[in-house]
Design a binder for this molecule. Structure first.
Ligand SMILES: [Ca+2]
Length: 442
């Protein structure tokens, strides 16, 4: 008997209880879960993915520049899978969005041993004066003598993207279902899509730069890569690598391993709205003319303009997000505000949590910038086209108000489709507070 029935007893209790279930029926579907710590001692873990040559093992990327193996027994390797610390741009002893940001193994990794990595390197020779760094997309190969280690000297840089500022890197990579490599790139940094290195129309809207875009390339052909002939603009104008445009800081994306294998991304907003997009070929997701479902004024990010532009300057229609939520920075005391910076996640397709199958699990960095008050959210797709997604706070067992007591840096997915949340408790690249938690049944 539940507590309401206990309190009122008999049929009245049953009626009240069912009313409560009706009125709150969708509010707590995100319970029945717990977070189990599976690895610690990281600075700030940003990627977890399957390591297919060892059953049950995963690779974990630390933004500070290292990759470790977590074996099937849950033991973190002493020896590093890859260590790029010597080739990274110098990182702040404080908050920093640069570092080692992306990892993807080639779909035929077991035979070709190719490992793709994204990191921020020092500004390349000849890079624009006063710009900050150069983002590298590189391929490495496994050591010929050690199957648990990448050969650092095997690096081949495939793509270099100069960055005017240190922030808004994106830097997430994954192979799509058709075998092409996708890379998310931030708008160049600073704030509101303006300043040094930002086009007058905003980098997200400027098709001559890869900043503020999703890039798609064919790493199996060409030198160093080929442009897929079904890219939306294979012959220009602008950069033929572009798959989709109009992003600010596409921080973490994933392909749904089930369903229609769609590409989901969390695009970090300026201060009013955080959003999730399903990224399609040729889509323009609006930044910096739009933030979520709203207009955006780069000259005053604190006021949401009336009306919403529906078309870019070149006439292309903007693509709406699938959902947005309010940001505390502008909507300080609004009960609908959910956070300050979205961390994109995954559609759950595992076995351990049947009630989450088909839902999008994502998070927010923290409800208060410098305080470790990150939250995990569960978004449920509408059952009817045209209806809204619903967003609930995940309430892992033992955690008050959904707060996980750390910043939510990223999510990961293992070979079985089970999900992990990666956290950092220092809001910086100082210390070793970074942890990896598996989302498990309560
Ligand atoms: Ca957008």
């Amino acid at each position: 008997m539940n507590s309401i029935s206990k309190l009122f007893g008999g049929s009245l209790g049953a009626v009240l209880s069912s009313l409560l279930i009706i009125s709150c029926g969708t509010l707590h579907a995100a319970t029945g879960v717990a977070l189990r710590e599976v690895a610690s001692g990281f600075v700030s873990p940003v990627v977890l993915c399957d390591f297919p040559t060892e059953t049950g093992a995963s690779l974990i990327v630390d933004q500070a520049g290292t990759i470790s193996i977590l074996d099937a027994k849950g033991t973190k390797s002493e020896e590093l899978f890859l260590d790029v610390r010597s080739i990274l741009s110098k990182l702040n002893a404080g908050f920093d969005e640069r570092g080692l940001l992306g990892l993807a193994l080639h779909p035929k990794f077991k035979t070709n041993k190719k490992v793709y990595v994204v990191y921020t390197a020092p500004l390349r020779t000849g890079g624009p004066v006063e710009w900050d760094c150069t983002m590298h997309l590189s391929v490495f190969t496994l050591s010929k003598t050690n199957p648990r280690q990448v050969d650092l000297s095997s690096e081949r840089v495939l793509l270099q993207i100069d960055k005017p500022y240190a922030n808004h890197n994106g830097g997430c990579i994954a192979f799509g279902p058709e075998g092409y490599l996708y890379l998310s790139v931030g708008d160049g940094g600073n704030t509101s899509g303006i300043g040094r290195g930002h086009a007058a129309i905003g980098n997200g809207q400027d098709m001559t730069t890869l900043l503020g875009k999703f890039v798609r390339i064919d790493v199996d052909h060409g030198n160093p890569y080929a442009i897929p002939q079904d890219n939306p603009f294979p012959k220009g104008p602008g950069r033929p690598e572009i798959f989709a445009s109009g992003f600010r800081n596409p921080w973490r994306f994933s392909f749904d391993r089930g369903g229609k294998h769609q590409l989901y991304v969390g695009d970090v907003g300026q201060g009013a709205f955080e959003e999730v997009d399903i990224v399609v070929k040729g889509g323009n997701y609006g930044w910096n003319a739009r933030e979520g479902f709203h207009g955006f004024n780069p000259k005053d990010a604190t006021k949401v303009p009336e009306g919403m532009p529906t078309k870019a300057l070149d006439g292309r229609a903007f693509t709406d997000p699938i959902f947005e939520y309010k940001n505390f920075n502008v909507f300080k005391k609004d009960p609908d505000s959910k956070g300050i910076s979205i961390t994109g996640g995954y559609i759950y397709r595992g076995k351990a949590l049947p009630h989450l199958v088909g839902k999008y699990i994502f998070g927010d960095w923290s409800r208060v910038w410098a305080k470790p008050d990150g939250v995990i959210y569960v978004a449920t797709p509408p059952s009817k086209t045209g209806d809204q997604w619903t967003i609930e706070t995940m309430e892992p067992k033992g955690l008050k108000n959904g707060s996980i007591g750390a910043h939510v840096v990223a999510f990961g997915e293992d070979g079985d489709g089970e999900l992990y949340v990666m956290t950092n408790a220092s809001n910086s690249l100082i210390g070793k507070s970074g942890k990896v938690w598996k989302i498990v049944a309560e």
